[in-house]
Design a protein around this ligand. Structure first.
Ligand code: UD1
Ligand code: UDP
Length: 369
């Protein structure tokens, strides 16, 4: 069996890494191809996990549009897929690299395994373009690796054959096990000086396309107000490299001593920072999965989420994108101890850390010659 993995952005690399490691452990032939839709943020992850791509399409360009990513990834992948002719091509998640990867495999009639299949918000414009990417990829997929039961149910409702759907858990939980350590020491100057005992550290991340613009300004203004009113609260915000996000963050948060804007962190310090934080405020998909596993309450600064499991479990709350709602919910969670302890429970609706083993087992079962 020859397995080809294709990925291009930070979160895909984090969630594909445990599968690559598992394939390595079992000495299964594999070909690793990165589109490099992200450059620096991808390299941070592949260096940490010591992944050496066989192909690097290096498509990243500053200010890339969705069309740029789709065309350049598809064109580069055509050559690689034709040359390697794997038994299966694996993609992970909902980025434009994922959709291009699925299409490239389909055009060569190569089987497709979609890792993290079946998540749905049922609004094509939120998350944008990810909801569409996930659906478009589903149509071309032979093996749907659904993290949860409700992801599987979404696929069944859309008419996919139940024999093609496998509940595996999310590989993000497998990845977390590599990095979070009780005795972890930060090398970064800002992080190593944070007083986690006496400060309520809010870990903030934000990058969604549909929020960029006024919504993001309103979200940040709401966070700023709450932090200014709660004495022992501080924010650490590793700012995404998207220049549009950086401009809004720098403008809204300027000159506030309790809000630390830092560069994107490597995965290891980042997850250890999350493990020591008080609250997570995010529009990220991955963080909505990691924070409940680490017992951190999450405020989801989005209008919709395709990850309702954390909300049902009571550790995450969808607070929307309006300033007043963000402010009120954050202030309440910072000051209401009862509410805080109700939300700060380690629950893990997203997996048990064995998703990558399961996925490789299924591949061996279905594809071994
Ligand atoms: C992409 C994915 C999104 C995923 C996110 C994870 C698409 C359409 N979007 O969004 O689903 O949640 O990655 O972070 O696939 N940049 C750099 N260096 C990098 C990465 C990004 O400078 O290493 C800057 C560039 O200016 C780039 C911009 O960020 O143009 C946006 O990057 P892009 O990959 O187009 O979209 P993301 O918003 O990162
Ligand atoms: N992450 C990281 N460094 C950071 C911010 C996030 O390593 O500075 C990790 C985080 O732990 C998670 C993933 O990146 O696993 C989430 O990526 P992102 O929010 O960019 O994308 P999404 O999950 O929304 O697609």
């Amino acid at each position: 069996m020859k397995v080809m993995t294709v990925f291009g952005t930070r979160p895909e690399a984090i969630k594909m890494a445990p599968i690559i490691k598992e394939l390595e452990r079992r000495k299964i032939e594999q070909v690793i191809c990165v589109t490099a839709q992200h450059r620096q943020m991808l390299d941070q992850v592949i260096n940490l996990f010591e992944i050496k791509p066989d192909y690097d399409l290096n498509i990243f360009k500053e200010g890339q549009t969705l069309t740029d990513i789709t065309i350049n990834a598809l064109k580069g992948l055509e050559e690689v897929v034709k040359k390697e002719l794997p038994d299966i091509l694996l993609i992970q998640g909902d980025t434009t690299t994922v959709f291009a990867g699925a299409l490239a495999a389909f055009y060569q009639k190569i089987k497709i395994g979609h890792v993290e299949a079946g998540l749905r918000s049922y609004n094509l414009y939120s998350p944008y373009p990810e909801e569409a990417n996930r659906k478009l990829t589903g149509v071309l997929t032979n093996f749907h690796f659904a993290p949860t039961l409700s992801n599987r149910d979404n696929l069944l409702r859309e008419g996919y054959d139940e024999k093609s759907i496998f509940i595996t858990g999310n590989t993000v939980i497998d990845a977390l096990k590599y990095t979070v350590k009780d005795d972890y020491k930060f090398k970064d100057e800002v992080l190593s000086q944070i007083d986690f005992e006496n400060k309520k550290v809010i870990l903030l991340t934000s990058h969604r396309r549909e929020n960029i613009g006024e919504k993001m300004e309103h979200i940040f203004s709401g966070i700023k107000r709450a932090v200014e009113e709660v004495k022992d609260a501080i924010v650490v915000f590793p700012v995404h490299l998207n220049p549009r996000v950086r401009e809004i963050a720098n403008r809204v948060f300027k000159e506030n001593e309790d809000i630390y804007l830092v560069e994107p962190l490597e995965y290891e310090p980042f997850t250890n920072l999350m493990a020591r934080s008080f609250i997570v405020v995010t529009d990220s998909g991955g963080l909505q999965e990691e924070a409940p596993a680490l017992g951190k309450p999450v405020l989801v600064i989005r209008d919709e989420t395709e990850r309702p499991e954390g909300i049902s479990a009571g550790t995450a709350k969808l607070v929307g994108t309006e300033e007043e709602n963000v402010y009120k919910n954050l202030k309440e969670l910072l000051t209401d101890e009862k509410l805080y302890s109700k939300m700060a429970r380690a629950v893990n609706p997203y997996g048990d850390g064995k998703a990558s083993e399961r996925i490789v087992d299924i591949l061996l079962d279905k594809l071994s010659k």
